[in-house]
Design a protein. Structure first.
Length: 178
């Protein structure tokens, strides 16, 4: 029996490519299958619906970012250096990924992704809380929630300028200091 993974991966990559120029709401099954050079029926062998595919695309995008952040922070203890490395890895990963704008901006308004976005943001805030606590915050959790939002906004501003914004990255770290 052949593995379904190559086809699944090809379809996810096709969605990433399309999101470099397409609006998430206009991403059709036909366009995804065509971009992957696959029959439309192949799409439905992997996902029961477009919504399930969009969720898988969103998860794959964030799983990649999570892996980049984990690699960048692996050898650092909790604290400002760990936080700075994680923020830089996340923002650099967003800039490098063609689908970032579609999956960050448009995911905010996609009702089908609302729960997933909340779960991802909560997980990020939990990680950041550890850093903020090590930096001296006594009630770090609410600050972490706000910092996650500021990091996401910074990612969007960097996408608009198509380059890192050292001023904003430095400001994120100033915000994080107690």
């Amino acid at each position: 029996m052949r593995s379904a993974e190559p086809g699944r991966r090809a379809l996810l990559n096709a969605g990433r490519q399309l999101l470099a120029t397409e609006n998430l709401s206009k991403l059709s099954v036909n366009a995804i299958a065509a971009e992957a050079n696959m029959a439309k029926g192949s799409f439905y062998q992997h996902w029961p619906s477009r919504e399930a595919y969009i969720l898988a695309l969103h998860r794959a995008f964030h799983d990649d970012l999570d892996a980049q952040v984990a690699a960048a922070t692996a050898d650092r203890p909790p604290g400002e250096e760990h936080l700075a490395a994680g923020i830089a890895a996340y923002l650099d990963g967003c800039l490098a990924a063609t689908a970032t704008k579609g999956l960050l901006v448009q995911a905010r308004t996609d009702a089908g992704l609302a729960t997933e976005v909340a779960v991802r943001n909560s997980a990020a805030a939990t990680l950041i809380t550890t850093d903020l606590t090590a930096m001296g915050w006594s009630d770090a959790a609410p600050v972490a929630v706000l910092l996650v939002a500021a990091i996401a906004e910074t990612a969007l501003l960097e996408l608009d300028s198509q380059a890192p914004r050292p001023d904003l990255r430095a400001a994120l770290l100033r915000i994080a200091r107690p």
